[in-house]
Design a protein around this ligand. Structure first.
Ligand code: FES
Length: 163
């Protein structure tokens, strides 16, 4: 599968211009730190240290405050995430019915392991616990879509829909 090289949003100067506008808009308003961080994550897709430092400088708050919030709340990502999230259920029913073979196929197709993001930032692959539809095992979710009774040979076709 061809892998497109995509620029990291942190390397795009206009993104920092947008962040500056957000900081200017919120600066001085009480309780503005988390909304600014949320908007920063919308702009960059994640909150790397460089972005956190920019916010810290812009608001004149210690970097450690921002870092503390970003690690405390699960809504914030410190690592880039793919445009699409693949959650493969590794619960017992799914595992017994072949989730490992499905996982092997996804990994082979995308060239990533569990927990990783493709280089083109299209997919992040994560293991999930039971998704509550064991009758459809093995099951995976891509974004909000559920795919059940999976076999490895279905994987290329399914992934193609998201590329
Ligand atoms: S174990 Fe996979 S949906 Fe329940």
């Amino acid at each position: 599968m061809a892998v497109k090289v995509v620029r990291d949003p942190v390397d795009i100067p206009e993104n920092f211009d947008k962040l500056q506008q957000v900081i200017d808009e919120y600066k001085g308003k009480p309780g503005s730190l988390i909304p600014i961080m949320q908007k920063a994550q919308d702009i960059f897709g994640y909150l790397p240290l460089k972005v956190q430092q920019y916010i810290a400088d812009g608001l004149n708050v210690p970097l450690q405050n921002i870092y503390g919030i970003s690690t405390f709340y699960s809504q914030f990502n410190l690592e880039p995430k793919g445009k699409h999230s693949i959650g493969l259920c590794m619960g017992t029913a799914c595992y017994v019915r072949g989730a490992q073979l499905v996982l092997d196929k996804i990994q082979e197709q995308l060239g990533i392991s569990m927990g990783e993001t493709t280089e083109d930032k299209m997919f992040t692959l994560v293991a999930t616990r039971c998704l509550g539809c064991c009758g459809l095992a093995p099951v995976m979710m891509i974004d909000d879509n559920v795919y059940g009774r999976l076999t490895p040979d279905q994987i290329p076709e399914i992934l193609k829909k998201y590329q």
